[in-house]
Design a protein around this ligand. Structure first.
Ligand code: ADP
Ligand code: MG
Length: 698
């Protein structure tokens, strides 16, 4: 690859500028060439004379008719009057602060050279009097003498605009880019895509594409350049994931499961309900994975309330039947606690030994649990990420289930990946990834989907309303013997401040609902306190639970029928959907009321979407569009899904090409050893060895 030295060979690029480039992540010529414009300004000359558009840019090329200097009290003014070939005239104005004293520098000195009589100049600016349809006064933002051939980089074209850092201007940057595109670096910039694929998809070559993305001759060239570069990005990532999948397949786990039914049959008999067809289907898929010689890596997605827990429980019982240990990890203590209670209820009769381990497990209890995990007494353990800490040793852990995996932090997820690499892994999420996307990109992951809810569920009536109306609904329902949640947002991401806010609201609400029994739940309470509050609410000893979003996942109280979400504009789509999923769990009609104020347009759209649909898949798709896939798949920090040229949604066709071609490529040449694939492989290694420790491309 090109070295830093070569980057500094660019004219005018000294150490100071190199530092600024570094800030942008540009340390080689290749980096620079792949630093694509953020957007483009249409600076082709206005087609129709006098077509001044009040908001858009005015781009004008004309000859200097005359100039004028006006000294005012504190500023100096310079004016230039230009006329173009069609006879249209404009008046350009610049202001400069006047400097007093002995300082005799003429601030307009350099400009006067450029605005000599009859000189031809490009000016780019905005109209001063936006309301005057015939206005011709321009506040100039940039100008370029037309005699300078380099002016063609900035004006009279689709002009690239880059995201830069302070100290760098777009004008400078375009000049550097232009130079980089002239250097031999571009000629030696390897074509990494296999020629066969380029021909098949009729894509631009890399040199042409790079020229086209930075200085497109027109929209057609820009589109072609973007398509080529998007395809390249998609193909690289898809191939990396494809290779990862093959490698996982090669790995043998060296143990297997047998369906003995000693625990599974009693579970079914004690369940109190029938599995939905969807649950049966998914359980079969999971059992097939577990019986295969390769480690399972399966994502179970299913909408809120679709019954993922009992599916996971079946998998864990299959492990227990075979004498293996299984662990279920949840992102919050409250959720872990809920699962533990559910499991205890279902498993007591079966004689399965379960336990719970979180960061608030007391030292003595923890010692006992650690011992029993190590000697194999505990068959099923539930917990938070405490489960993956150093001092936790298992006798024969084989199956790990991760609930609501998207709720774990990025670091925790990386840790989880490492710790579970050789285990059978089932991850669960209610924030579904659109199916095409999941299949396409999680090449290393099989996906199961629960497509139906248990029977008898009624859709949750959702509306945006005032707090007053929301509280009326709460009063109505609680008077009928139902229960309600009132949720306040996390304030500044801090549980501490939020806890305080909730405590204050709690005191107020006591006076709003004097006839009902209120309780409060937030993240600053001790584990015992939280447990007690939850137990009381589940047992209907309290009527209304006032809480922070700690209750977002897992809470399962069938008698609760109203969810009031305060400051709904502060919640993301996934959270809103999750919170709503806390009601509508029993046979009663349920309500979700969003109280939103001062919502911006995106927040409004989120609230609208939630009111319109209960379909988690639709919500997931929209969420991904609003936030970007990297944010949702939790890869934002690693940059894995931050495409520079491609767009997950707009470029779906290209994405489909890339997936097809990836499959063909890896079938033909699984290790990418053919000469035509050498450079592509090199690039893969370069990209993924650093930020993706899981892929072994050597
Ligand atoms: P989620 O998929 O959101 O994690 P849960 O696993 O918490 O959903 O299940 C929601 C509720 O539905 C639980 O009370 C569970 O016992 C119940 N449930 C699960 N499967 C069925 C079924 N097949 N029939 C009736 N109720 C079910
Ligand atoms: Mg769940």
């Amino acid at each position: 690859m090109t070295s830093t030295g070569t980057l500094q060979r660019l004219k005018g690029l000294g150490p100071a500028t190199a530092k600024l480039f570094e800030k942008l992540g540009i340390s080689t010529l290749t980096d620079l060439l792949h630093y694509y414009p953020r957007t483009y300004q249409d600076r082709r000359p206005d087609e129709k004379p006098n077509d001044y558009n009040s908001n858009s840019l005015t781009v004008f090329k004309g000859r200097v008719l005359r100039t004028q200097e006006i000294p005012a009290r504190s500023v100096l003014i310079f004016k230039a009057f230009l006329e173009n070939e069609q006879g249209r005239q404009i008046e350009c104005t610049w202001f400069k602060k006047r400097s007093f004293g002995r300082f005799r520098f003429d601030p307009f000195g350099p400009m006067k050279k450029d605005f000599k009589l009859n000189a031809e100049v490009w000016v780019i600016g905005r109209q001063e009097d936006r309301n005057n349809f015939f206005g011709n006064k321009i506040t100039v933002e940039e100008y370029y003498p037309a005699a300078d051939p380099l002016s063609a980089l900035h004006a009279g074209r689709l002009t690239p605009i880059y995201s830069l850092t302070e100290g760098l201007t777009n004008k400078q940057f375009r000049l550097f880019m232009h130079e980089a595109l002239q250097t031999e670096a571009l000629q030696t910039e390897p074509e990494i895509l296999p020629p066969a694929l380029l021909a098949k998809r009729k894509l631009l070559g890399s040199t042409q594409a790079l020229r086209g993305i930075h200085f497109p001759a027109g929209l057609a060239e820009l589109d072609a350049a973007k398509a080529r570069l998007a395809y390249e990005e998609f193909l690289l990532l898809a191939t990396a994931w494809g290779i990862k999948r093959t490698q996982t397949k090669i790995l043998e786990k060296g143990y297997s499961y047998e369906i003995k039914r000693t625990l599974l049959t009693p579970l079914r008999q004690n369940l109190g309900f029938q599995f939905t067809n969807s649950q049966k289907h998914v359980i079969n898929e999971i059992f097939r994975d577990l019986q295969s010689p390769r480690p399972m890596n399966r994502l179970l997605q299913g909408d809120v309330g679709s019954g993922k827990t009992v599916v996971a429980l079946c998998a864990m019982l299959l492990a227990a039947e075979n004498g293996y240990q299984a662990a279920l990890m949840a992102p919050t203590e409250i959720l872990a606690e809920q699962h533990f209670i559910t499991f205890e209820k279902m498993l007591k009769a079966l004689g399965v030994k379960t336990a719970i381990l979180t960061s608030s497990t007391k030292a003595a209890a923890k010692r006992k649990i650690l011992k029993e995990l190590q000697d194999g007494t505990i068959q099923i353990i539930v917990g938070t990420h405490s489960l993956i800490q150093e001092d936790v040793k298992f006798a024969n852990l084989r199956l790990a289930v991760i609930d609501e995996q998207h709720r774990f932090g990025v670091r925790q997820r990386a840790q989880l990946k490492e710790k579970t690499a050789k285990l059978d892994l089932l991850t669960m999420t209610a924030t579904p990834i659109p199916r095409t996307l999941a299949l396409a990109f999680y090449g290393d992951l099989e996906v199961s989907t629960l497509t139906e809810l248990p029977p008898g569920r009624q859709p949750i009536q959702t509306e945006a309303a005032t707090e007053k109306l929301a509280f009326m609904r709460v009063t109505d329902e609680v008077a009928k013997g139902r229960q309600a949640y009132i949720v306040y947002p996390l304030i500044e991401e801090s549980e501490k401040i939020s806890a305080k806010a909730v405590s204050e609201e709690f005191e107020k609400l006591k006076t709003v609902f004097p006839q009902f029994r209120l309780a409060m739940l937030h993240g600053q309470m001790t584990q015992e306190e939280k447990e007690a509050v939850m137990a009381d609410f589940a047992a209907h000893k309290t009527d209304i639970l006032i809480a922070t979003p700690v209750i977002e996942v897992g809470i399962d109280v069938k008698n609760a029928t109203v969810m009031v979400i305060e400051n709904a504009e502060r919640f993301g789509l996934a959270s809103l959907h999750q919170l709503r999923g806390r009601v509508g769990r029993g046979e009663h009609a349920s309500y979700c009321i969003l109280v939103a104020e001062h919502a911006g347009s995106i927040a409004k759209e989120r609230v609208d979407i939630i009111c319109r649909t209960c379909d988690g898949f639709k919500i997931g798709e929209r969420d991904m569009q609003l936030r970007g896939p990297g944010e949702i798949l939790g890869t934002r920090q690693s940059g894995e899904l931050e495409f520079k040229a491609g767009d997950f949604f707009k470029d779906r066709d290209i994405l489909t090409w890339a997936i097809e071609d990836r499959d063909e490529l890896l079938t033909q040449d699984p290790a990418l050893v053919q000469p035509a694939h050498r450079l592509f492989k090199q690039r893969l290694i370069q990209l993924y060895e650093k930020n993706w420790h899981l892929i072994d491309l050597s």
